[in-house]
Ligand binder design. Structure first.
Ligand code: ADP
Ligand code: MG
Length: 331
């Protein structure tokens, strides 16, 4: 697949126009964890924009910073530096009290470990009612809403079952209903299909789409399941705490068989390399390996293209030698 470089976020929209303020803005986000005397840099200058109503996924290897990013967006953790704005709120400038309200009203969370989402000895319905009770709202309207949510997630006839009697997939559906209980505009899901089989995973991804379409919820799913690609509008890959590439799904119309009366609707994926605020880009590792690129390349502007040329290894040695000579005044 050919990679296209560009500030791709500007081209991504599903429900909002590109000129609109993004719902989520992460600007040069840094998160450093200090453990004893060691520092772990979980996010190193991450830039990301997400539009309101977008259904997107963040993929990346274990340890790449996905959960760190999600926890920051959810107000569970604070960044070390950078800017993060959600729905016009600057998360770094919020007081503890504002943060509590933010967590209750603006974001819903779905975790991989179902135990973190709910109480096994309560029924599905009671579990969905709980966040509303905790938020101090509970009446006929809320009861109706809890039922509606359980219907939406496909558990209309399992509402009064205890969670301990439900399958992993059913529990994850309840978890999604719980995450939506306080009608948050933003739903964050960390590896929501990590504990279910492939087929169940596909139906859960479909459910996220249905919820976005029905309620306009902005949904960010963290996963290492590449199959998410065909289920969301956009996939952003993060590597070493920075966004590296993004892939946008488009519906393609195939007219090649038009004469025979067939118009085929399919999907294509456009993959882009993301530039950071300083114009840096990450070259995919497979390309680096294929062309044996190590420390340097040549960059050439040709017409409307920028060409990245590998330096043959002897050349690289020679140019290093030359630089050394220049530095020490040798000829
Ligand atoms: P992912 O969710 O992509 O697997 P994480 O965001 O959990 O990645 O972690 C990113 C990096 O930050 C890892 O190197 C991890 O060890 C480190 N890290 C995450 N949380 C903590 C923490 N609470 N204390 C120290 N290091 C952490
Ligand atoms: Mg994680």
């Amino acid at each position: 697949m050919a990679l296209q470089a560009g500030p791709a976020t500007e081209q991504t929209t599903t429900t909002a126009s590109p000129s609109e303020e993004p719902f989520i803005l992460c600007d040069n986000l840094v998160k450093i964890y200090k453990v004893a005397d060691l520092e772990a840099v979980a996010l190193q200058g991450l830039d990301l924009q997400i539009q309101q109503g977008e259904l997107m996924a963040i993929i990346g290897n274990s340890g790449s910073g996905k959960s760190t990013l999600l926890n920051i967006l959810g107000g569970l953790d604070r960044p070390s530096a950078g800017r993060v704005i959600v729905g016009g709120r600057d998360l770094l400038k919020m007081s503890e009290r504002q943060l509590v309200r933010y967590k209750r009203e603006v974001v819903g969370f779905v975790w991989q470990q179902t135990a973190r989402n709910m109480l096994p000895y309560l029924t599905a319905l009671e579990n969905v009612e709980l966040p509303m009770i905790i938020a101090g709202r509970y009446g006929a309207k809320e009861r109706r809403w809890a039922r509606e949510l359980l219907e939406v997630v496909g558990l209309a006839n399992r509402m009064n079952h205890r969670l301990s009697e439900m399958s992993g997939g059913e529990q994850q559906r309840v978890a999604i209903a719980i995450g939506l209980a306080n009608r948050p505009p933003l739903l964050l899901a960390d590896e929501p299909t990590g504990s279910v089989d492939t087929r169940t995973a596909a139906t859960i991804f479909d459910l996220f789409r249905q919820i976005r379409d029905q309620y306009g919820t902005t949904i960010v799913i963290v996963t290492h399941d590449p199959k998410v690609m065909s289920k969301v509008d956009r996939v952003v890959a993060i590597r070493d705490g920075k966004t590296s590439t993004e892939t946008i799904r488009r519906v393609a119309i195939d007219m090649t068989d038009f004469a025979a009366g067939n118009i085929v609707l399919g999907e294509t994926h456009d993959e882009f390399v993301v530039l950071d605020g300083a114009g840096r880009l990450q070259i995919p590792r497979e390309y680096l390996e294929k062309l044996q690129i190590r420390k340097k390349v040549r960059l050439e502007l040709e017409g409307d293209q920028i060409i990245i040329r590998p330096i043959p290894s002897e050349d690289a040695d020679k140019s290093q030698q030359e630089a050394h000579h220049r530095r020490w005044g040798f000829r």
